[in-house]
Design a binder for this molecule. Structure first.
Ligand SMILES: Cc1cc2nc3c(=O)[nH]c(=O)nc-3n(C[C@H](O)[C@H](O)[C@H](O)COP(=O)(O)OP(=O)(O)OC[C@H]3O[C@@H](n4cnc5c(N)ncnc54)[C@H](O)[C@@H]3O)c2cc1C
Length: 554
């Protein structure tokens, strides 16, 4: 099966992915969890059918006006639609919904069918001071879909799933223009009809969409070969309350700052991206995935650094630490079953047969010289075929009473090991102090000549208040990341969860610059209030007081 074969399915509001692939934990896993002190939570998740929501706060006449712009069938105020658009997919998001906390539910969901309809909807929302949540795939894990309601007459989610077309393909320039609501598998299917691929395969691939990739600067698992999503973008169309920004007349330009970069990563705070023009590549004729074993994470990281600095660079390049290697997250049947010992690296090559053979030979020689032991294609192919399965495991683990969550960061190679040690220690100390010593797993999955991202998975027993439990651990990790001089996010984005730490990272002048841009494009501040950009002077002052760059911070 390749990525273009995966179906586009409707998700349950708090169970990940295609319902046909929902999974259970094997009995052996339950025994192991009990030995770790994991207790099944006293309260099972709420039955969503039993939940009621308050009547929409938005005036009925205004809702009728909005419905008039898109067609009555494309404005939905049902409980089911509002619940399906409540927050995103972080573990705290899921825990809150499971506990029946629906305080962030939007008042309505509107489904525009064109860029012009988005512009028209924004005009009404601005006039009526309605907060707007741009919603593509809804897989945000940083609180990017839960804006502040205070000061607004209501909150409306703009679900872009009707913007689902491939608008143009330029086979000579190898670019394609896709609308914002095209989900990952559908984008591949549409492009495959032209013999092309985007090559963007985040682990959220089954749920995330083109608009969200751009808005949150996503990085796919094949970023070593295809690049991050922001590197693929050559053009964007952004609907704002003040009009339309169309960016990207040429692949590169010397005319001023690259304004595309202002929109990439703007997380719905500056406008609604309605279409994106991306660089595409031919569907690879050959795909080979294989695995390597290194004695230690340090030895493996050193080998990956040499590879990305001196080449040739595989399409996929990742390294699990010892703990993650011993737990096969992609395969429930093999969970806790032990791995090859040491640290597992996966290398994948995609391209023409000759090019794959040449890159593979060169990279293999370098990895061998750096101490890697080849494990063959079987574990590599097994990683490839199981790579979208891990998120399905989170739901049965939460059911069983495990707190499981991930976080990521990025730094320069010279700082990588200090960062890993600091974050691991912060998470371990915080959770151990709460009586729930964790398992902290780490992998290195996005590599650059100058540095790499670190991705942590944490698992431990839930306390009676797992949202607060994780809040303390995450705060400790955030502080460790700041103290180590690393970035608060490599690819998950800022949302509301990282907003204050991000403000400290970039400093008050940078925050003021972002707010000034927002003031021009969205003077009423209706777009995702509180996401990415601190809304109040108090928040910005707080950031300054806690030491951003402009104040001489790290
Ligand atoms: C299980 C799981 C695995 C994940 N794995 C990865 C991974 O491998 N790599 C990675 O990068 N991320 C990953 N993520 C995070 C998430 O999938 C990415 O941030 C993704 O880019 C979000 O896309 P989306 O379409 O779901 O966006 P959404 O969640 O809908 O939106 C993300 C943010 O952008 C805003 N937004 C959405 N659409 C638009 C638009 N059209 N215009 C303006 N603003 C908009 C939203 O308001 C929100 O703030 C993962 C998440 C989950 C739950």
């Amino acid at each position: 099966m390749t990525e273009s074969d995966l179906p586009v399915a409707d998700f349950h509001p708090y169970r990940w992915g295609d319902p046909a692939h929902h999974t259970e934990l094997p009995a052996a896993a339950h025994e192991t969890l009990a030995a770790f002190g994991v207790r099944t939570p006293a309260q099972p998740p709420v039955d969503l059918a039993e939940l009621t929501l308050p009547e929409p706060a938005v005036d009925a006449k205004v809702l009728a006006e909005l419905a008039g712009l898109v067609g009555a069938e494309h404005l939905d105020t049902t409980t089911a639609a509002r619940l399906a658009h409540t927050r995103g997919w972080s573990t705290p998001d899921l825990l809150r919904l499971r506990a029946g906390d629906v305080t962030d539910a939007p008042d309505a969901v509107v489904l525009p069918g064109s860029h012009q309809e988005v512009v028209a909807l924004l005009e009404v929302c601005e006039r009526e001071r309605i907060a707007v949540v741009p919603y593509s795939g809804g897989t945000s894990v940083v609180g990017g879909l839960a804006p502040e309601r205070a000061g607004f007459t209501g909150v409306i989610a703009f679900d872009l799933k009707r913007l689902d077309a491939l608008l143009a393909v330029d086979e000579i320039s190898r670019t394609a223009t896709l609308q914002a609501g095209v989900r990952g598998p559908e984008a591949e299917r549409l492009l495959h009809e032209h013999g092309l691929t985007l090559g963007h395969f985040p682990q959220s691939y089954e749920g995330a969409s083109i608009g969200g990739y751009a808005a949150a600067r996503s990085a796919g698992q094949a970023s070593a070969g295809y690049g991050r999503f922001d590197e693929m973008v050559v053009g964007l169309v952004l609907a704002t309350p003040r009009g339309t920004l169309t960016l990207g007349t040429a692949p590169k330009s010397a005319a001023g700052p690259d304004l595309r970069q202002l929109v990439l990563g703007s997380e719905g705070s500056l406008g609604v991206i309605t279409s994106v023009t991306v660089r595409v590549r031919p569907v690879p004729a050959e795909r080979v995935y294989e695995a390597w074993r290194f004695d230690s994470f340090a030895a493996g990281a050193d080998a990956l650094r040499q590879l990305v600095q001196d080449g040739p660079v595989p399409t996929v390049l990742r390294l699990s630490d010892e703990a993650e290697t011993s737990i096969n997250l992609a395969d429930p049947a093999a969970m806790f079953g032990g791995g090859p010992g040491g640290c597992l690296a996966v290398t994948g090559y995609e391209g023409s047969a000759a090019e794959v053979a040449a890159r593979r030979a060169g990279a293999s020689a370098l990895l061998s010289a750096a101490g890697g032991q080849p494990l063959g294609t079987e574990p590599g192919e097994s990683w490839r075929s199981g790579r979208y399965r891990a998120p399905y495991l989170r739901d049965p683990l939460l059911d069983a009473g495990v707190l499981i969550e991930t976080l990521e960061t990025v730094t320069f190679w010279s700082n990588l090991h200090a960062l890993r040690a600091a974050v691991t220690e912060a998470l371990s100390n915080s959770l151990t102090a709460q009586g729930t010593p964790p398992l902290v797993l780490c992998h290195l999955s996005h590599v650059y000549e100058t540095g790499a991202s670190l991705y942590f998975t944490i698992a431990c027993a839930q306390t009676d208040d797992p949202v607060a439990q994780w809040g303390l651990a995450k705060q400790a990790a955030n502080e460790a990341i700041r103290a180590a001089g690393a970035a608060i996010t490599h690819h998950h984005g800022v949302g509301t969860d990282h907003r204050e730490v991000y403000a400290r990272e970039v400093g008050p002048l940078a925050v003021a610059s972002l707010r000034a841009v927002k003031q021009v494009l969205d003077p009423a501040g209706i777009l995702n209030p509180g996401v990415l950009i601190p809304t109040s002077d108090a928040a910005a002052q707080d950031a300054a007081a806690q030491g951003g760059q402009a104040e001489g911070g790290a």
